[in-house]
Design a binder for this molecule. Sequence first.
Ligand code: ZN
Ligand code: ZN
Length: 361
Amino acid sequence: MPADRRAERQRALGDLLAAEGLDGLLVQSLPNIRYLTGFTGSAGLLLVRGTELVLITDFRYAVQAGREAGTTVRVEIDQASVWDRLKKVVGERATGTLGFEAHVATVRERERLEALVPGRWKAAGELVERLRAVKDAGEVDAIRRAVAVAQDALAAVLPTVRAGQRELDVGAALEQALRVRGSEWHPFQTIVASGPRAALPHARTSERVIVTGDWLLLDFGAQVDGYCADLTRTVVVGAADEKQKLVHEVVRQAQRRALDGLRTGMTGKEGDALAREVIAQRGYGEAFGHSLGHGLGLEVHEAPRLSPTAEAPLVAGVVVTVEPGIYLPGWGGVRLEDDVHLTPAGPELLSDNRVELVELR
Ligand code: ZN
Ligand code: ZN
């Protein structure tokens, strides 16, 4: 991570802590630690105290932590316990009020903190997450590259899909194609759902054998430089029948309306309604039971949300998915998902939005 970008994030957090009346913050969320320092390890604690940042991790990351976190972060390596080391670091000087990430800390960790310095801890909201919601140019670029990997992988695999394969076969081919093209990992379990199983919004890829005329719903992601892409395409294996064409078209129109209509200043609820109204007008309102979208970044689900309960206004710089769906139990379902960067001028598509109905023959 460039030093100036890291410095900017650390400064922004300092402002936020001051506004919250906190003298420091213990950051436990690994994506938050990565965002603030560049450290990509799988274990660590970050103590932010005024302008000082102390990253505490273990022997496995002794070399990596110093290299990734740059010169503005003090790195402490503890062979035995990062919590014991935290106690020492906290004890170095008098502390005012320290925030902890209440949405991350376990009950046991909360007790541990209290034992370290009694009466100093205050539950903090999702402060770093608030900063992470707004992406800078480098982050948008990383998401765009992850999207490109995901799209290329799908384009390579779709022509090889045949009736007679199992969902797991298609999932394996897709995951291999993602990795070969540079995806660091699968940011979530790849969903390949065929036939009536496409009606399960979060289906587990199964041994079911695909037959001609089936829906095939593929929800998959890629990760590049830590940033996630999240796409869904729903195709027909063989020729589509009239009902399949109709339902697919309703979802496509709903998605189109949201992709065109999202604006800064709208609430997440208003954004969600853009697509939901189209589906409801066509009589399928009950069949769209999840929210329209979610933020994307270092995590595949982050702020903001596009949902019927999201009252927060959308600000410029967020990256969100737009993924309406219609699910009819016993018959199947359609979901179409693309990734969008919301700019002051309106939505900027990061994915190709190739959602015309594909019939694999
Ligand atoms: Zn998805
Ligand atoms: Zn999604």
